[in-house]
Design a protein around this ligand. Sequence first.
Ligand code: PXP
Length: 239
Amino acid sequence: MKLGVNIDHVATLRQARGTVYPDPLDAAILCGRAGAHGITAHLREDRRHIQDDDIFRLKELQPLPLNLEMANVESIIEIALNVKPAEVCLVPEKRQELTTEGGLDVVAHFDAIQPTVQCLSEAGIEVSLFVDADEMTIAACKDTGAPVIELHTGTYCDAEPNDRAVHMEQLIRSADYAHSLGLKVNAGHGINLENLGGILCIPHLDTLNIGHSIICRAVFQGIEGAVKEMLVGMQEYEG
Ligand code: PXP
């Protein structure tokens, strides 16, 4: 299983003071040195952390594949087509949210999502859809032609440990179902060293995308240390 490190919150620190540091590109290079397999960045419509220029530099100036998280809106699609990241993960986006809340409603928004999947795929970008663990939604993902889903693990991760079992059952069922449809399965949101053990019970995972907890640990451990300790935890995965 691979680790994609989301470096948005390096840019959050930078934007807090309007400085040129810390640079998410420097962070991405260090993540690569520590063994991360990919870099994820979310270009939000409100540009609260990652800026357009960051995306171009992350694509050109560091060696890991870039996974661009983005909303399904025309202006950002245009940027994606210019940058051509290895992967785009389509996410729902609300201006007031602290972070991505809930997965894409692919059933309700199928007619808007399918053409975007097609257009990005034709440009050679692997498209992933960030969705809740729900079989009807996953079936709709398959119908869009997207080859990848990212299961939203936030509900599981944010639940009290005693309440997590029901969410885990749903994640396991959804991963099995997506795999049976031939979809590649990633997972992300809210994953940290404390809840990682549970996440490792989800079958068929290709990549975990982890941001906030790694950047928080980096304050004390350095970012290479934070990436390495996550990779050590992930070694237990049996698939
Ligand atoms: N995957 C997706 C689609 C996300 O939107 C986010 C948050 O930007 C993450 C993964 C990473 O979540 P976290 O920062 O909680 O690790």
